[in-house]
Ligand binder design. Structure first.
Ligand SMILES: *Cc1c(COP(=O)(O)O)cnc(C)c1O
Length: 397
C-alpha cells in the first residue's frame, strides 16, 4: 500500500486546492476510531462535521445498505420506489411535520428551503414575484452554492463569485430585535442555525429561538431552521430547536440523516408550505433514491430506539466537564450543547491540533481559534476517557 505521504502528495498535486486538509490519511475506520495506512489509530473528534453521529460503519446501517444494494439503488423520481414512502413517514414522525421534500446534500436542502419560501411568499402570502426578501444571519454557514454564498459574510466563501443573488438581508445572530426591525411586508422567511456550527459553535442567548418563532408567526414569515449540523441528536435533543420547545415552519436536514454512508438531505414542513410544489417545479435525479432511503430509515430507527438525544446530552456533559479541567492559560472559552463543543483559544489553534494528532486525536479548527469537539455519539465512556487523557496531555504540554 502507498504510504501516507505518497497518498497526500498525489491528492494535493491533482486536486483543486479548495481544502486545507490536515496531514493524515484515513484508510479505514470503525466506530469512533480511524486508522492511517501505517496502522496508527486516532479518535475522530470531527465526525465529518456531524455527518457521522452513528460512528463509522455502524453495523446495522451497513447491513441495511447491503440489503438494499442487492434490490435496487436508483429509480429516479420518474417512477415510485418501494422505500420512499417509509422514509417520508419516519421523517414526518421524527420532525412532527406533514410533508417531506428529499434532496442529497445540505446545500441543496437549504436551496430547497429558500425556493419554498419564495414560492410560498408569492402564492400564499401574496408578495409579488421578484420582490420576496429572506432574512439571514451574519456569520452563517448554509453551504456553497451561488445563492447561498451570496449571503455569506465570510470573505473567503464569497470572493470573486459574483454576480451575487439578490433578495437577502443580513442581520446579527442572536439578536431578536434586529429581526423585528428588518422585517418588511416583502419578507417571506428567516433562515437561522439554532447553534452556529461553522462560525465556531456559537450558542445564541437563551430564549432567542422562541422570540424568533414569535416574530415569524406574528409577521407571517416562515421560520427556516437549518439543522443540517445540529440535527439528529448531536446537541442532546433530536433537533436543537427543541431546547426552546419550538418548531420551525421549515426544518432543513442533512449530514447525519445519511447514517454516515450516503449524502441524504431533506426539508420538512406542513402542507400549507410544501403544498406549493406541483410537478416540474423542483426536483433532483438522486433525491429520494432507494439506497439513500434505506440507509436513512435505519439511521432514524436507531436514533429513536437507542435514545441518541439522551446519549449525546449525558456524554456531552461529561466531556465538557473533562475539557474544563484542562489547564492551559490560552483557553478563552468552552461552549456548546451535547456533543457539539467548541474550545476557543486566544490565538490560532493549529499548534494544538498538531499536538492532539501526535497523541492520536483528530480534530479541526473553525474560524482559526476554535477547536470543534464533535465525536460520534456512539463513542463509549472508556473511549471518551482515553481521548480526554490524550487531549489533556496535548493541551497541557
Ligand atoms: C454542512 C452544512 C451545510 C451544507 O451541507 P453540505 O452537505 O456540505 O452541502 C448547510 N448548513 C449547515 C448548518 C451545515 O453545517
Amino acid at each position: 500500500m502507498a504510504t501516507s505521504s505518497e497518498i497526500i502528495a498525489k491528492t494535493v498535486q491533482l486536486g483543486a486546492n479548495n481544502y486545507h486538509s490536515r496531514e493524515v490519511v484515513i484508510e479505514h475506520a470503525l466506530g469512533a476510531k480511524v486508522y492511517d495506512p501505517e496502522g496508527r489509530a486516532y479518535y475522530d473528534m470531527l465526525s465529518a462535521y456531524s455527518a457521522l453521529n452513528f460512528g463509522h460503519l455502524h453495523p446495522e446501517i451497513v447491513a441495511a445498505a447491503m440489503e438494499q444494494l442487492q434490490k435496487v439503488t436508483l429509480t429516479s423520481r420518474a417512477f415510485h420506489n418501494a422505500v420512499l414512502g417509509d422514509f417520508y413517514e419516519q421523517l414526518c414522525d421524527l420532525t412532527g411535520k406533514a410533508m417531506i421534500l428529499p434532496m442529497n446534500t445540505g446545500a441543496e436542502a437549504v436551496e430547497t428551503a429558500l425556493k419554498t419560501a419564495r414560492r410560498w411568499g408569492v402564492e400564499v402570502k401574496g408578495v409579488a414575484n421578484e420582490q420576496q426578501e429572506i432574512i439571514v444571519c451574519a456569520n452563517n454557514f448554509h453551504g456553497r452554492t451561488i445563492a447561498i454564498i451570496s449571503f455569506s459574510t465570510d470573505p473567503s466563501a464569497r470572493i470573486n463569485y459574483g454576480p451575487y443573488t439578490p433578495g437577502f438581508k443580513i442581520i446579527p445572530y442572536g439578536d431578536a430585535a434586529a429581526l423585528e426591525q428588518a422585517v418588511t411586508d416583502r419578507t417571506v422567511g428567516f433562515l437561522v442555525e439554532p447553534i452556529q456550527g461553522e462560525a465556531g459553535i456559537i450558542v445564541p442567548p437563551e430564549g432567542y429561538l422562541r422570540q424568533v418563532r414569535e416574530i415569524c408567526t406574528r409577521n407571517n414569515i416562515l421560520m427556516i431552521a437549518d439543522e443540517v449540523q445540529t440535527g439528529f441528536a448531536r446537541t442532546g435533543r433530536m433537533f436543537a430547536c427543541q431546547y426552546e420547545q419550538i418548531s420551525p415552519d421549515i426544518l432543513v436536514m442533512g449530514k447525519a440523516l445519511g447514517g454516515g454512508i450516503m449524502p441524504v438531505s431533506a426539508i420538512a414542513a406542513d402542507a400549507e408550505v410544501l403544498g406549493v410544489y406541483t410537478p416540474g417545479t423542483h426536483g433532483s435525479t438522486f433525491g429520494g433514491n432507494p439506497l439513500a432511503c434505506a440507509v436513512a430509515i435505519k439511521a432514524m430507527e436507531i436514533l429513536v430506539r437507542d435514545d441518541y438525544p439522551q446519549m449525546a446530552a449525558e456524554k456531552g456533559a461529561y466531556f465538557m466537564e473533562r475539557l474544563r479541567q484542562i489547564k492551559n492559560p490560552h483557553i478563552k472559552e468552552i461552549r456548546g450543547k451535547g456533543l457539539l463543543i467548541g474550545m476557543e483559544f486566544d490565538h490560532p489553534a493549529e499548534e494544538y491540533l498538531d499536538k492532539m494528532m501526535a497523541h492520536g486525536v483528530l480534530a479541526k479548527d473553525t474560524h482559526e481559534c476554535t477547536i470543534r469537539f464533535a465525536p460520534p455519539l456512539t463513542i463509549s465512556y472508556a473511549e471518551l476517557d482515553d481521548a480526554c487523557d490524550r487531549i489533556t496531555q496535548a493541551l497541557q504540554e
